[in-house]
Design a binder for this molecule. Sequence first.
Ligand SMILES: [Zn+2]
Length: 255
Amino acid sequence: MTNFYQLTDPEYEDDFASERLNPVWTESSYEIPGFICPNCGHMGFGHHLRIPLPAENALEEFKGTRHVPLDEWRQERPRWAKLLGVALDRVTPCASIGPPEGLLKGMPSADIIHPSADIWVRTRVMDKLKGIRCTGVEFAKAQFIYRPTDPESFCDGVHVDYDPIDLDNLPEYWELTVTGTASREGQDENTITVCDLCGRKKFAPLKNVKIDESRWDGSDFFNIETRHSFVIVTKRVCNALMELGASNYVCKPLP
Ligand SMILES: [Zn+2]
């Protein structure tokens, strides 16, 4: 019996503690447009395409977040795939493209941080995971954005006591891009489509997630149902992180 765990952030004393330990907010300068489905409305799946960006003059149509009608989206999809040099099925609505970006609110120092729904690790964590030849994960070097006069330096209007930013000594972080896949018991992704027009699926809530091992690709890192923010890992990964004494994460056992 293989044991699986959700790799996620620990329980914090309060929101301020969470902000101080995770003082980075993700941003996305370039995105594939989302689509507007006549049934479902504005759609974006929030995937990441960590690829080298095309030339500046080809980037204009990917700047910021925008949505186009579903027909137009389908028509443009093959062109976008070609332009970005990726397979057609990797072109998904509102996928962020290029390197991961994070707005610095304070000085990050934990081994693992959780900007928005993502997981970033310091170089020593990446080296450890590479050292045990972890499968199902890629590492994309994160880029920090620093705006000293940013008015959003507060959490809900309340001052957060972030650690002061030292730009000369910023640690390197790497975003985990999970490529492994599995399905959970009792869910057949082919039978739960709720929209015939755009193919949107509706999955059960992420509670009591039981992995169907016959539909697991065997990776150490994997997602279910393309939900990239729910990262599942094997015991090998948990052991490696524990051996390293990594900070600011938990491995929550799945049933
Ligand atoms: Zn739809």
